[in-house]
Design a protein around this ligand. Sequence first.
Ligand code: NDP
Length: 243
Amino acid sequence: MARTVLVTGGNRGIGLAIAQAFVRQGDRVAVTYRSGAAPDAAGSEAGAGRLFGVRCDVTDSDSVDAAFGAIEAELGPVEVLVANAGITDDTLLLRMSEDQFTRVLDTNLTGAFRCAKRASTKMLRAKWGRMIFISSVVGLYGSPGQVNYAASKAGLVGVARSITRELGSRNITANVVAPGYVETDMTAALPEDRKTEYRKAIPAGRFAAADEVAAAVTWLAGDSAGYISGAVIPVDGGLGMGH
Ligand code: NDP
């Protein structure tokens, strides 16, 4: 059954791969983008679903509200929310300003909250919904220089598990996908020697392709995953195993 899906931050990287995977399976997919151009349906197969781009800054409640309004008018109420929009702003604790800390939380955690709150009203009415929060292994195990990012990504676990307890009886599930290192713009910026070091620590010996994260997300959004909620699914090539 085709669903209406919203992927935040879906104009590139993991978000775009997720959006394209839903389009390939025939869903109506809205992606929000903050800057740059709206994504096109490149990569989706003929005869499959739709891709609809909406400009939206998840740090701005009015912008989130307007995006949901536009999506509802074009594709219908959001049935599957993928809260993917995220940023990093790394520096060691001693050097991290309060603004650096709160800015990352405002995008990664409060941004996801704003979208989940807005999506929940229609999901409750429909008595069906799927929320998937894109966290990170950094949120589970921490990382030097990423106190802000780790806090935001750990917070998503609490959000998903509380939503599970609040809305689980209404056929709404909320899960977390925690990628390790994925080949996107975010990791392209890392120095080559650091990437080599990280690859050595990953049992799979490589970074993930964004499609490999998308596979976990589309599965969690499907009817067959209806009894899975409050789960944290690592997609990390075994990176987190030793923790
Ligand atoms: P990218 O940097 O490639 O893309 C980030 C996306 O988020 C972009 O679409 C960006 O939009 C959007 N975004 C950022 N801030 C906002 C905002 N305020 N409002 C709306 N959209 C915003 O990241 P990735 O694809 O690598 O990462 C996607 C998610 O996966 C993030 O949450 C990240 O933390 C997480 N993750 C990534 C990993 C990796 O190794 N790459 C590992 C683990 C988790 P715009 O283009 O307009 O800036």
